[in-house]
Each structure stands twice: as C-alpha cells, then as structure tokens.
Ligand binder design. Structure first.
Ligand SMILES: [Zn+2]
Length: 134
C-alpha cells in the first residue's frame, strides 16, 4: 500500500518535511508575537528583564525568519527540480543530510567552510550573559 506512488519512490517526502517545518516555524513565530503582545503591565524589575527577553525574542524571530527563508528556498528548489544539489560544489547532498536537514543548501564540507554560525552564536551568548549580569 505504501508503494502506491511508485513514481515518487526514489525521493523521500522532502516537500512534506519542509512544509511541516514551515508550519512549525510559523507557529513558533505566532506564539512569540502573542507572548510579546500580551506582556502588558509589569513591575520595573520585570521591565528590565523584559528588554532582555524582548531582545532574545527579536533575535530568535530573526532566526525563525532565516529558517523560514531557508525552507522556502528549499521548496523553490524542489519545484525547480534542482533540490538536493550543493549550491557551492554542485555535488549531490547526501540523503542522510537531507533527511536531517531538508532545507540544506550545501553539503557538509561546503557548509563547514561557509558557516560563520558557531562564532556568531558564541558572541550572542556572551552579549546575553553581559546583559543579564550587569
Ligand atoms: Zn558542497
């Protein structure tokens, strides 16, 4: 029964995975907006805390938007038929990687060569710890 769509059998259901992720990110964004919108009256202490929370929320929203963009780009590539190929070296991205990260644009080695993410994360965490300590 599961082989009913024989013509799609080679490709794992990346579109469904991507759409699931998209729904998840949009839901997460919505929840954060609600949290900010509903945080009305607070004590001064809470407000100091809130600016940090707000900063984190904005930052996280930024990450969500980046995620959303990555997912949308992957969906575009699926539609265009060039999904699953590394944008840097044109080599196929391993299925294992795509199943873990369906929105991956690059193979692991290109991603590692390109990604400034760990440094950025560290400085972000450092900034937060400075803000929290005062
Ligand atoms: Zn590559």
């Amino acid at each position: 029964m599961r082989r009913a769509r024989a013509n799609h059998s080679i490709v794992p259901d990346y579109r469904e995975m991507l759409l699931d992720k998209k729904r998840e990110v949009i839901a997460s964004l919505g929840a954060k907006y609600q949290a900010v919108a509903h945080s009305g009256r607070m004590s001064e202490e809470d407000q100091a805390q809130f600016s940090i929370d707000e900063f984190i929320t904005l930052r996280l929203n930024h990450l969500d938007y980046q995620q959303l963009k990555l997912v949308d780009e992957a969906l575009d590539r699926l539609s265009a038929g060039d999904y699953g190929v590394c944008l840097a070296c044109d080599e196929p991205i391993p299925v294992k990687r795509l199943q873990a990260v369906p929105w991956a644009k690059h193979c692991v080695s290109c991603q590692e060569a390109l990604a400034p993410a760990p440094v950025e994360d560290a400085s972000f965490r450092e900034m937060i710890s400075h803000m929290a300590v005062r």
